[in-house]
Write a protein that binds this ligand. Structure first.
Ligand SMILES: Cc1cc2nc3c(=O)[nH]c(=O)nc-3n(C[C@H](O)[C@H](O)[C@H](O)COP(=O)(O)OP(=O)(O)OC[C@H]3O[C@@H](n4cnc5c(N)ncnc54)[C@H](O)[C@@H]3O)c2cc1C
Length: 243
């Protein structure tokens, strides 16, 4: 099914708010009050980031749902020794302006594509998956079922932790966490990397769902191989690799 393309726009936008999500992650809330900007859940924008007299162009998935019209949220995790991500997470303040261009990307979901979703992400790979979840809730798509498997290194690094707890309370949304390097004493989630056992335990009717995988390239490839081995058709697996 070919979706109609959303028009690509280029516009300057002011940061209205900077939200601290985790010690290494911030959400920048951009002003959309003067522009009509539409996108599919899962898409990304290109951001021009000034860096030492240069302009770095970087892709960032849209975190806010398309039902939210006045602001656009991007969530950026600081990459160790990274350039743009350090500017965005450490030196960006309310009132700063950035050039934004988009939307882009084929990692999209709309209800006509399927209503049983499994979203699997690692670290900042949660961002487009959160957009999909926020869209399901804000558009009141109660007939859509979504399971999120979310992997992080440490508890403190779980992005949107409290909001995910709230989403898990919806009867059509299930949130499953795993932590790979350290975890609190009373941790109720999984530990270790996402593996076939976890998928078998947490995902119903494995071959029939639509899968959205997002994170580092190796993570996405590993999970895709597991799903294929579990009988999922490759066409039902959508991938977004953050390299
Ligand atoms: C479609 C898409 C969507 C994305 N969405 C998001 C998102 O929502 N949130 C998010 O946080 N990220 C996202 N990313 C990743 C993002 O685009 C950037 O890649 C990320 O922020 C790192 O950029 P940077 O400029 O900080 O790092 P860079 O400066 O480009 O560095 C990247 C890596 O290279 C290493 N490096 C840097 N310079 C050198 C050098 N001279 N020699 C050797 N190694 C070097 C750094 O140590 C670092 O590990 C997305 C990527 C894609 C492709």
């Amino acid at each position: 099914m070919e979706l109609e393309k959303k028009p690509v726009k280029e516009f300057k936008s002011r940061v209205l708010k900077v939200i601290t999500e985790t010690p290494s992650t911030k959400t920048l809330v951009f002003d959309l009050s003067n522009i009509e900007f539409d996108f599919y859940p899962g898409q990304y924008v290109m951001l021009n980031v000034p860096y030492e007299g240069d302009i770095l162009k970087r892709a960032y998935s849209i975190a806010s749902p398309p039902t939210q019209k006045d602001t656009l949220e991007l969530t950026i995790k600081r990459t160790p020794n990274g350039r743009a991500s350090v500017v965005l997470t450490e030196y960006t303040r309310e009132g700063d302006e950035f050039l934004i261009k988009g939307p882009y990307g084929k990692f999209v979901w709309v209800p006509s594509m399927g209503t049983n979703l499994v979203l699997i992400g690692a670290g900042s790979g949660i961002v487009p998956l959160m957009c999909i979840l926020r869209y399901i809730v804000s558009a009141r798509l109660e007939h859509v079922k979504a399971t999120l498997l979310y992997s992080n290194t440490h508890y403190e690094e779980i992005i949107y932790r409290e909001e995910l707890e709230e989403l898990d309370k919806y009867s059509n949304i299930k949130v499953v966490h795993t932590l790979t390097r350290s975890w609190p004493e009373n941790w109720k989630g999984y530990t270790g990397r996402i593996n076939m056992d976890m998928i078998l335990k947490e995902v119903e009717d494995i071959p029939t769902n639509l899968y959205y995988l997002c994170g580092p390239p190796q993570f996405v490839d590993d999970i895709a191989s597991m799903l294929i081995e579990l009988g999922v058709d490759g066409e039902k697996i959508k991938k977004e690799k953050y390299d």
